[in-house]
Design a protein around this ligand. Structure first.
Ligand code: NAD
Length: 269
């Protein structure tokens, strides 16, 4: 069992925020507090009241400093603007490690996170599950072995409330496939197939997206040649899988030197 941490959670009233509280308590940690958007109806409530977990300490605040007081790790599953605001505040303060699960950052925002990692220890992943972390390695290997004459198509399905598309996980899988081919994803990413002149360009990586009811997260990477196809699929069956992975990442990153780390680093893959 890892040493007990005092954890701050950004977006604590969200779908992932609530799962993170349960996972942190289940793994023997305490909570310094949680942050929510200024307009949230949950500001001022205790975390115990918010989540129905009597053992939870701390309260929901709109102030970063209040949520952070006494914390050694900040876990962030919010929206890009909220994550970046917290990142810049914490970078100026130091002494706190970050776990970032938010997805949908622009390339410029990704660069700001990479730059902050020269001063902070950050684990960032578009997916904190063991299955998807392994899947990335499998996709990289299959893409390298099969070569550019095989088409690659990445499909994802998520619940109707998801904001960004394609999902952070689909893009991570696309990056793994592109790495297998020795090129950046931007160079290989196909434009969406739509309209009368939408034929597939050879050697590209395509993405397709579905938004459906309450689906937690499904990803499929398909490789296709003229005579055969190969599919690699992952399904998240419960949101708690991401929360437990994120808490595991928090346990691993607390006290580490500055750097931008991945779930491969956390899991030693
Ligand atoms: P959600 O909408 O249920 O929760 C987001 C929360 O952030 C909300 O409660 C919202 O009020 C809060 N928020 C917004 N602005 C804020 C601010 N300025 N300060 C503090 N809180 C603020 O969404 P969710 O399903 O919990 O997902 C959150 C993010 O995590 C999304 O980007 C999603 O794609 C990502 N996600 C990542 C993984 C992973 O494994 N990396 C897994 C699931 C979801």
């Amino acid at each position: 069992m890892a040493d007990s941490l005092n954890i701050a959670i950004n977006g604590i009233a969200g779908r992932m925020g609530q799962q993170l509280v349960a996972a942190a308590l289940a793994r023997g940690h305490s909570l310094s507090g949680g942050k929510e958007a200024d307009k949230s109806a949950h500001i001022g409530r205790t975390i115990a009241e918010l989540t129905g977990q009597p053992a939870a300490t701390g309260a929901v605040s709109e102030r970063l400093e209040t949520a952070l007081a006494g914390a050694s790790v900040w876990i962030d599953f919010t929206v890009p603007a909220a994550t970046l605001e917290a990142l810049e505040h914490i970078a100026g303060r130091g002494g706190i490690a970050l776990v970032i699960g938010t997805t949908g950052f622009s390339p410029g925002e990704e660069a700001r996170i990479a730059e902050a990692a020269s001063r902070l220890a950050i684990v960032k992943a578009g997916n904190f599950s063991l299955g998807v972390t392994l899947l990335q390695g499998l996709v990289r290997r299959a893409s390298a072995a099969l070569g550019p004459e095989w088409d690659i198509e990445i499909s994802e399905t998520h619940h109707r409330h998801k904001k960004d598309a394609p999902s952070g996980t689909a893009l991570m899988l696309g990056e793994a496939a592109a790495e297998g081919r020795g090129a950046p994803l931007e160079a290989l990413r196909s434009a969406p197939y739509d309209g009368p002149d939408a034929a597939r360009a050879p050697g590209t990586i395509g993405f397709s997206v579905r938004r459906l009811g309450g689906v937690i997260g499904e990803h499929e990477v398909r490789f296709g040649a003229l005579q055969e196809t190969l599919s690699l699929t992952h399904m998240a069956l419960d949101r708690s899988v991401f929360a437990h992975g994120a808490i595991q990442a928090a346990e691993w990153v607390a006290g580490r030197p500055p750097g931008l780390y991945s779930m491969d680093d956390v899991l030693g893959l």
